[in-house]
Design a protein around this ligand. Structure first.
Ligand code: GDP
Length: 218
């Protein structure tokens, strides 16, 4: 049995601008989603750390990327929830610039997990995230969360409809999609496999990183 890829993650650092991003070359998977989509719950259940993704979610910190370090040395990047109306427009613009640059230019970013509420996925903002990231040629794995709130028939329909929107807008891009529930533990192995596969491909970088002394202050 191989070691679990996500357990024992720890808070590493936080970044509000480009120069604050970790620079040790470790492969990184980003989690994006609207506020209240269930992104924190998904990260917490995947890492089996009850409060990991809540720790630095305090007011004023809503525009930061929080980084969690996995035992392999790889990073999970928790992007701030978007679509939160209370954020002033000027701040939203500045943030959008950073996020767009992060998604398009961050060289160590190996894939994006897009977290969406299964009851209303692929909103305009979700599509904008995909519009930035998909052209980079890197894979996306979408989680339709809170699936426990849907009946089995509604779950199948949500999955089918989301797949058809992705296909319509992004053709045969590498976008996989699944049902998920942090609460009812639906789809956890599937999500672990998808993200674990991205990190396994990049394992040599992670292994090299692990052998060096860990300077996490960046
Ligand atoms: P975030 O803002 O995207 O980080 O979302 P949170 O993880 O904080 O979740 C937002 C709300 O949705 C909270 O009240 C959670 O308890 C609830 N929630 C998250 N995941 C699930 C789930 O899988 N099922 C159900 N029923 N509720 C969930």
């Amino acid at each position: 049995m191989t070691a679990h890829p996500f357990h024992r993650a720890d808070f590493a650092t936080t970044a509000a601008e480009w120069r604050q991003l970790p620079r040790d070359g470790a492969p990184e998977v980003a989690f994006a989603g609207r506020s209240n989509s269930g992104k924190s719950s998904a990260i917490n259940v995947l890492t089996q750390r009850k409060r990991l993704a809540y720790v630095s979610r305090t007011p004023g910190r809503t525009q930061h990327i929080n980084f969690f370090r996995l035992p392999s040395g790889a990073l999970l990047a928790d992007l701030p929830g978007y679509g939160y109306a209370a954020v002033p427009a000027a701040m939203q613009r500045q943030w959008r610039g950073f996020l767009a640059r992060y998604l398009t230019e961050r060289s160590t970013l190996v894939g994006l997990v897009l977290v969406m509420d299964a009851r209303h996925p692929l909103t305009e903002l979700d599509l904008r995230m995909l519009g930035w990231f998909v052209p980079t040629g890197r894979p996306v794995h979408a989680l339709l969360t809170k699936a426990d709130k849907l009946s089995p028939a509604e779950q199948r329909r949500a999955l089918r409809e989301a797949r058809s929107v992705i296909e319509r807008d992004f053709g045969d891009a590498q976008v996989s999609i699944q049902l998920f529930s942090a609460e009812a533990h639906i789809g956890i192995p599937e999500a672990e496999n998808a993200v674990g596969a991205w990190l396994a491909v990049h394992a040599p970088i992670a292994a090299a990183q692990k052998e060096r002394p860990r300077h996490q202050g960046e």
